[in-house]
Design a protein around this ligand. Structure first.
Ligand code: HEM
Length: 501
């Protein structure tokens, strides 16, 4: 019986794929004019060519070979702006992902939602908590948590990567759940595990059904990927639910601190929302708010180790403002006089865009014409993040970490001049919070600490891994700049470590 089912499944898949491939190829050739296509294999096209890791360098080579547009990859800022920004109304939906969105997220993860009412509702909720108006809610937490970060770098320099993760996670946990996180807290580690599981499964080619959504039409009992997807969903929902339930319990007992969660749980939106959607609003804030800042701070440290010249120039400005003898930590109020730090942060988003190495796929929802090409609705586009960031036509000396490129009067416009937060209507909804997380952390870390390569372990900045199973992606030696800087951290940061809620 089992073997009959298997034969039935295999032949159904084969028939579906061949039929779909034939009809699409014929229709496309007749009706549309597409850009040069990267040679692939029949039916599967390029699905299995995309490497599981280091996709950025791979896609950059394609861009060099095929020009400004390769079928799905947009390889110049000009075309990204023309299509994904100016025509965002039709270019920024998402293709279906039956595994990662349908099963693993029960259709509730905002980042994979197509343009629809559900996406607009969730995006509006996220916007309320993360928009510019809400920033003074974040600033005191970023201040406190970045002091804790400096303390961790001083006391446990080998755990600098975990300290980055704790820092970013604790900022968002404080705002959303009214509670702090501790270093290597097993529940935070578990949260990062769920992020990595999602990222691993989101890689092109990781799940055949996401490359060929037609497979989703198979009867459920034949969908061999389903049990794995359900297991990941259960684990993810458990991690999210645990936090939400703790908050609900505190509210019941009247011991809660006022935070986004307490307000959100009273709103009319939440009352009409499915339980899964509620969990994924909380979960996405935790996930997206933590990993991204951890990675970006890491990238800037890699830049400091491999091109120390700019660190000297950053220090000159920091010393000018905060004192040459470790007088005080950089503060939010110093920002107008620390333009160089704002430029460092922008360069950190541009330099090796490891959050989304090959962008994030979006789907065209209406046939469209552009410069002689005719694209059918359903075409999948992405901005080729690495190729854009490292293209000499876009940036002078693109491989160099060189903050001066952003000292152009636009230092405070964190979105301008790079694609680190994505384009158009899907632009990262937490960009300002993320930028500020990185700004205050980097200003303080650069003022107080030296970063050097560990002897015998140079950093290859072109292959810094994105998925690391909670280990540091590279080795670095962290030491205080001087005894006075160490004393400053002890003096000004201890209080932050002792603060509990
Ligand atoms: C620190 C740096 C950050 C970087 C580099 C970053 C980067 C990105 C990127 C590349 C995207 C995809 C954009 C697209 O599809 O076009 C994205 C989407 C998103 N980000 Fe961020 N992000 C950061 C911080 C944050 C923070 C702090 C939060 C929330 C607490 C957040 C929440 C989101 C959400 C909810 C989306 C999905 C938006 C949608 O699909 O409509 N991000 N981010």
């Amino acid at each position: 019986m089992a073997s009959q089912q298997l034969i039935l499944a295999v032949s159904t898949i084969a028939i579906l794929l061949v039929a779909r491939w034939l009809s699409q190829s014929i229709r496309r050739r007749k009706t549309y004019k597409l850009p040069p296509q990267v040679p692939g294999i029949p039916i599967f096209g390029n699905t299995f060519q995309v490497p599981a890791l280091q996709q950025g360098p791979w896609a950059k080579k394609l861009a060099e070979k095929y020009g400004e547009i390769t079928w799905v990859f947009l390889n110049s800022s000009r075309v990204v702006t023309d299509l994904m920004e100016r025509r965002a109304a039709i270019y920024n939906s998402r293709p279906p992902f039956p595994m990662t969105q349908g099963i693993m997220s029960q259709n509730s993860r905002i980042v994979l939602m197509p343009y629809n009412e559900q996406w607009r509702t969730v995006r509006k909720i996220m916007h309320q908590i993360l928009s510019a108006r809400a920033l003074d809610v974040f600033m005191p937490f970023q201040d406190l948590e970045s002091k804790n970060l400096c303390w961790d770098y001083l006391e446990t320099p080998d755990r600098w990567w975990s300290a980055n993760g704790r820092y970013a996670n604790s900022v968002i946990m404080s705002v959303v759940f009214g509670k702090r996180s501790s270093l290597d807290d097993p529940e935070v580690v578990e949260l990062f595990d769920t992020v990595e599981m999602f990222l691993e499964n989101q890689q092109p080619g990781a799940n055949l059904v996401d490359a060929f959504p037609v497979l989703d039409k198979l009867p459920k009992f034949l969908q061999w990927w389903r049990p794995k997807g359900m297991k990941i969903f259960e684990k993810t929902a458990h991690v999210y639910r645990r936090e939400v339930q703790k908050l609900e319990e505190k509210i019941k007992q009247g011991t809660e601190r006022r935070c986004f969660g307490t307000d959100f749980l009273q709103t009319k939106e939440v009352k009409t929302m499915s339980e899964n959607q509620k969990l994924f609003v909380f979960g996405t804030l935790m996930e997206a708010g933590s990993d991204t800042s951890r990675v970006t701070i890491g990238q800037i440290i890699a830049g400091a180790v491999t091109s120390p010249d700019w660190v000297e120039r950053a220090r000159a400005q920091l010393d000018e403002v905060c004192g040459h003898n470790a007088e005080r930590l950089p503060q939010w109020e110093d920002r107008p006089r620390l333009k160089y730090i704002s430029a460092v942060v922008k360069e950190g988003f541009r330099w090796r865009p490891n959050i989304a190495e090959i962008g994030a796929p979006t789907m065209l929802i209406k046939d469209d014409e552009y410069e002689g090409y005719r694209f059918p609705a359903g075409t999948v586009f992405t901005w080729n993040a690495w190729a854009l960031a490292l293209n000499p036509d876009e940036y002078e000396e693109p491989e160099r970490f060189w903050p001066e490129r952003f000292l152009n009067g636009e230092e405070e416009n964190a979105l301008k001049g790079h694609w680190g937060f994505g384009p158009g209507r899907r632009v990262c909804v937490g960009w300002k919070v993320g930028e500020m997380n990185v700004w205050i952390a980097i200003a303080r870390l650069l003022y107080c600490f030296d970063f050097k390569a560990v002897p015998g372990k140079p950093i290859d900045t072109m292959t810094i891994p994105q998925i690391t199973k909670n280990k540091a992606p590279f080795d670095v030696q962290v030491t205080p700049r001087s005894a006075k800087h160490a004393a400053l951290v002890r003096r000004d940061c201890e209080e932050a470590v002792k603060t509990q809620y």
